[in-house]
Every structure is written in structure tokens, then in C-alpha cells.
Ligand binder design. Structure first.
Ligand code: ATP
Ligand code: MG
Length: 394
């Protein structure tokens, strides 16, 4: 096969000290994700190369499109780094196309190659003009841009560029625990955190029988979607029923949501310690609902010292929805099952809760035992990308 997928790292290349670590993580992630394909993957300091089977190219592309840390990639023809080989391949490739203007852009990284980049542009441009009728050079807006990369052993020729998903390879940052509800915002928050390289585990609070198994199924489906961007995600399911019922039994109505959120944060704090995470991640967005005003957030956040990352804090709902559509979680998120927050919503939740009031209300029942019990009885399922599982079976 004379084509390879040529991957450019992008933002990675600014990480001087960590460069190898980033590249190796990306390499392992790609290898792992392409486990079921017939590929050969190699890397150097600037590029990664994937040899592939033609019939698998489309499927491979759709996997690669979800791997963070890839800035740009190309389907490149590969030849020996000799002038004639480069010329012949360019001609062969261009013969398959109809076009009237072109431009050649050469990048010579192998300085032992006898001609420099500009000389090669002129030589290759002249060669094309001589061998293909009715075409001319347009350096500003060419119909066909022919890129040539001359490296030590091989050279690469490509016409097409594909945008990668950007970000950093998942796993270059330690574990973050995502509070994953069935809503629109939290899957987007998880996606954005992974994009910065965070390894993700998810936590779902359920209050059966007030919430249904369908609601849980929905969260599992969302986790499956998120797992496409990493290898697997552990989903921790917390039974929140006892705590939630106690809050509504003992505490004043308008403070129930604030207190419920504080209990969730307390459990998250314990979970971060138990499973050796570093941060809590959630889908809170400033001002979206009563519990997400800055006053609410500060009163709620008061129960933990663990950093809370809120990737969608400053996005509008419409912007969040756009991302949800892009990552294919939107249609799942809008399925109508209640989650534990919506089941118990009071008529007038407090917008500017006071800490003294919260503390007074919380003192009305012994919640610590309940929190311990909830954490001790977590049910964890490991979720991998469905497509991969499916092809594993074949
Ligand atoms: P979402 O659309 O993600 O459900 P939301 O706008 O409905 O968010 P809230 O219900 O106030 O907002 O929840 C804010 C955040 O708290 C959620 O984005 C999520 O990270 C977390 N959260 C809420 N409910 C749960 C739950 N049942 N399990 C896990 N996390 C939850
Ligand atoms: Mg919600």
C-alpha cells in the first residue's frame, strides 16, 4: 500500500518538557482505539503514521476523529525521498483529478536532500505544467494544493487535509470524576474535560423508586457515547434515595435543592478520595437555574476542598446544545425520564441561599451515616465503546 494516514500533533508540540509523554500517550491511545483494524502505526518527533487497508479507511477515520491530541491529519502518498519518485507520484495522483489551477508547497525537513523547499516548488511546478495540459499556477487560491513533505527516508504527498479533534491526549491528565446526570450539560462537560486530556470516571446519583431504571439506562447510553473519546469509563451509580427522602422530610422546602447539592458534593468528595481522583467535574452553568447562581455555587461548594471544574460554566445553553449535538448526546439527553433533581424540585428554590440557614437545616438530621452507606454501596459498571465491543465479537 502506498498511502498512510499522516498525523500532526498540533498543540502538543508546544509542550517542550512533556513532549515524549504526550506523544507516547497519543500513540497508545491510537493503538488501543485501532485495536480491531489491520494497521501498522509508527511515530517520530513530528508525525505519526498509520498504514491501513483501503477498505477500512472510512471506519478508521471516524475513530481518529474522536481521538484528542490530533490537530490535523492527511491521507498521504508515500514514496522514497528521491526527486523522480516524488515527481512520478505527483503526476499519477494528479492524473486522477480534473482541475485548472494548482500550487505546490514543499517542506523539506531532511536537510541532506539536495534541493531546498523553494527549489522543489519550482521543479515540481514546472514538471506539472509540462506534463498536464491546460493547467496553471495560482499561488493565492489554487483549486488543488499539493503538499510535499520531504523526510529522511520517505516523502509524503497529499492534497487533502482533515481537521482532528484537537486538545490533549486523554490520560495526559489524571483522573477527574464527572457528575453525570441524564441532562444536556453534564455529558458536554465530560467531553470538554476529556478534550484537555483528563481521564474520566462518571458518577450518577439515582433515587429509585422516585427515578426509574430507564433514567439509569439513559445515563449508561450517555457514558457509552463519551467512551468513544477514551478507552473505557467507569460509571459509579450512587443510591441517593435515603438521603433525598431525609432532606425532604427534615429540611425547609426552599433550601432542599441547596442541601441536596451539598450532599452530592460531600459524596463526590468521598468518591474522589476513594477512587483516587483529583477533581470533580460537572455541568453547572452560571445562572442557569437557582442552584447555579454564584451565591448558590459558593454555598454548595463550601463542603469540599477538592477543585470543581465546570467546563460549561460560561457557555450559553444554545452553545452547550450545539456541542451536545456534535458529540451525539443531545438526542439521548432529551429523552423524558426524570432524574433525582427534577423529581423533588420545590416550587420556589432559594436563589441566594444563606450558609447559616443551610447549616441549621442540615443539623436537623444525621446525614453522615447515610453518606457513608451510599459510598460503601456504590455500584460500578465499566463502559466501553459499543462499536468496539461489537467488532470484538466478530
Ligand atoms: P444537566 O443538563 O447536566 O442535567 P442541569 O442544567 O439539569 O444539568 P442541575 O440539575 O442543576 O443542572 O445539575 C447541575 C449539575 O450537577 C449537572 O450538570 C451534573 O453535573 C450534576 N448532577 C445533577 N444531577 C445529577 C445526578 N442525578 N447525578 C450526577 N450528577 C448530577
Ligand atoms: Mg439535570
Amino acid at each position: 500500500m502506498d498511502r498512510v494516514i499522516l498525523i500532526k500533533y498540533g498543540e502538543l508540540s508546544t509542550k517542550k518538557g512533556n513532549r515524549n509523554y504526550f506523544i507516547n500517550t497519543l500513540y497508545n491511545n491510537i493503538k488501543n482505539k485501532l485495536n480491531n483494524f489491520d494497521v501498522a502505526i509508527s511515530k517520530d518527533r513530528a508525525r505519526m503514521y498509520i498504514k491501513f487497508k483501503n477498505e477500512e479507511l472510512d471506519s478508521i477515520k471516524s475513530v481518529i476523529d474522536k481521538i484528542f491530541g490530533i490537530h490535523m491529519y492527511h491521507i498521504a502518498y508515500i514514496v522514497e525521498s528521491r526527486e523522480d519518485d516524488i515527481k512520478n507520484k505527483i503526476l499519477e495522483v494528479l492524473m486522477m483529478k480534473t482541475f485548472s489551477t494548482f500550487k505546490v508547497e514543499t517542506k523539506r525537513s531532511d536537510k541532506s536532500f539536495p534541493r531546498n523547499s523553494q527549489e522543489m516548488n519550482n521543479i515540481l511546478g514546472g514538471f506539472i505544467l509540462k506534463n498536464i495540459d491546460n493547467v496553471k499556477v495560482d499561488v493565492h487560491k489554487p483549486e488543488v494544493l499539493i503538499k510535499v513533505e520531504i523526510r529522511e527516508r520517505n516523502s509524503f504527498i497529499y492534497l487533502d487535509s482533515y481537521q482532528g479533534s484537537g486538545g490533549y491526549p486523554v490520560g495526559t491528565q489524571p483522573k477527574g470524576m464527572l457528575m453525570l446526570s441524564g441532562g444536556i450539560d453534564s455529558p458536554v462537560a465530560g467531553y470538554l474535560a476529556m478534550k484537555r486530556g483528563v481521564s474520566l470516571e462518571a458518577v450518577y446519583f439515582e433515587a429509585i423508586p422516585h427515578t426509574s431504571l430507564d433514567a439509569r439506562e439513559k445515563v449508561i447510553k450517555l457514558t457509552e457515547k463519551l467512551s468513544k473519546y477514551t478507552d473505557k469509563i467507569n460509571l459509579h451509580i450512587v443510591n441517593f434515595t435515603q438521603i433525598q427522602e431525609a432532606i425532604y422530610k427534615y429540611c425547609r422546602d426552599d433550601y432542599c435543592i441547596t442541601i441536596m447539592r451539598r450532599m452530592m458534593y460531600r459524596i463526590m468528595d468521598m468518591i474522589v478520595k476513594k477512587y483516587k481522583g483529583f477533581v470533580i467535574i460537572n455541568g453547572e452553568s452560571i445562572g442557569q437555574v437557582a442552584s447555579q447562581t454564584l451565591t448558590s455555587m459558593s454555598v454548595i461548594n463550601e463542603v469540599t476542598n477538592v477543585p470543581v471544574i465546570r467546563p460549561v460554566a460560561c457557555l450559553d445553553k444554545l452553545e452547550i446544545m450545539d456541542i451536545a449535538r456534535k458529540i451525539d448526546t443531545f438526542e439521548i439527553s432529551i429523552l423524558p425520564y426524570e432524574d433525582c433533581c427534577t423529581v423533588f424540585v420545590p416550587k420556589h428554590p432559594v436563589i441566594n441561599p444563606k450558609l447559616e440557614v443551610v447549616l441549621r437545616e442540615e443539623a436537623k438530621f444525621d446525614y453522615q451515616e447515610m453518606l457513608n452507606l451510599a459510598v460503601d454501596n456504590i455500584n460500578t459498571i465499566t463502559i466501553t465503546d459499543n462499536e468496539k465491543k461489537f467488532s470484538d465479537l466478530l
